[in-house]
Design a protein around this ligand. Structure first.
Ligand code: ADP
Ligand code: ZN
Length: 300
């Protein structure tokens, strides 16, 4: 069995793994994201140190963004316009490909997590599904008709404009670009900013969660109506609040108001909006699947 390398390059941490699936991880490391040079250097060093496990057939990279995922572009594989200090215009793909000299797959963190969930997790056997993460930011990706969502660049599902009743919720939102877009109103830091305490310290019966569920449901309903997904996977640190998932499902049903006559939604909402089966490892495990795809594309 070929051995793959996976890199989940996040804004706060990097996770690297070697293996060929969620049950076949031979080595794993995680470290805080610092400068591009240091972080990418540590990732490359990890793979070099583990050469004794066998040669890597390919590497997959799941990157925070915005990125350029278009292989025919001159800036393919770059992190492009990120506000994260030092990381704008970083050639992540190029640095890894040059250092390791194997086929390299590159995509957004959320698309790659979706790929992992489709291959081994909560979206197995489906060709059209969404993967949403609600954490420090809100990001979404997924697959439509069997292909990862790209188009012009990649979706930015977190920055959807949603209704914001300022009388009920005067919090102005925290998105540096839009203020009260979905991410600005419903990411982890928005919850902390609105209520004056970190999201993980708010009890399950705190009013924060009904509001959070409503905001997330506005987003999820838009994705359902636009992309017609067969399933919606929702993960990220904020979803660790156990009350949130059932509230979100109920809000989605309420907002749809019986319009979609789909049994999968009307009778099976608990199996339609689901947590990631790969949990917080969806990104790095998905990167192994992306590596495998890169190897196949290289042989084609
Ligand atoms: P990132 O988006 O940076 O990858 P995470 O997905 O881990 O990180 O999300 C981090 C966010 O999740 C933080 O805003 C944090 O406050 C929130 N969070 C962490 N644990 C919980 C919890 N148990 N309940 C609700 N929110 C949580
Ligand atoms: Zn925004």
């Amino acid at each position: 069995m070929p051995l793959y390398g996976g890199i989940e390059a996040g804004g706060t941490k990097f996770v690297c793994a070697i293996g060929n699936g969620p049950d076949g991880l031979l080595a794993e490391t995680r470290f805080a994201t610092t400068t591009p040079q240091e972080s990418i250097g540590r990732a490359i060093a990890f793979f070099r140190e583990h050469r004794t496990l066998g040669p890597l057939a390919a590497v997959g990279i799941a990157s925070f963004g915005p990125i350029d995922p278009n292989p025919s572009s001159s800036t393919y594989g770059h992190i492009t316009t990120t506000p994260k200090p030092g990381w704008a215009d970083t050639d992540l793909y190029g640095a890894v490909a040059r250092a390791l000299d194997v086929p390299v797959g590159f995509d957004t963190d959320v698309n790659v997590a979706a790929l992992g969930e489709g291959r081994w997790g909560a979206a197995q056997g489906l060709d059209t599904f969404i993967y949403l993460t609600v954490g420090t930011g809100i990001g979404g990706g997924g697959m439509v008709n069997g292909g990862l969502l790209h188009g012009l660049m990649h979706p930015e599902m977190g920055h959807l404009r949603i209704p914001h009743d300022l009388a009920a919720d005067p919090y102005p939102g925290c998105c540096p670009y839009h203020g009260d877009c979905l991410e600005g109103l419903a990411c982890g830091p928005a919850i902390a900013g609105r209520w004056g305490a970190p999201a993980e310290t708010l009890p399950g019966d705190h009013p924060a969660w009904a509001l959070e569920a409503r905001y997330l449901a506005y987003g999820v309903v838009c994705y359902i109506l636009t992309l017609s997904p067969q399933r919606v996977v929702v993960g990220g640190g904020v979803m660790a609040q156990p009350r949130l998932m059932p509230l979100l499902r109920a809000e989605v049903l309420a907002l749809l108001n019986g319009y979609l006559q789909a049994p999968a939604i009307l009778e099976g909402i608990d199996a339609y909006i689901v947590p990631p089966a790969l949990g917080s490892r969806a990104g790095v495990v998905g990167a192994l699947a992306l590596a495998e795809n890169a190897l196949e594309a290289d042989h084609a």
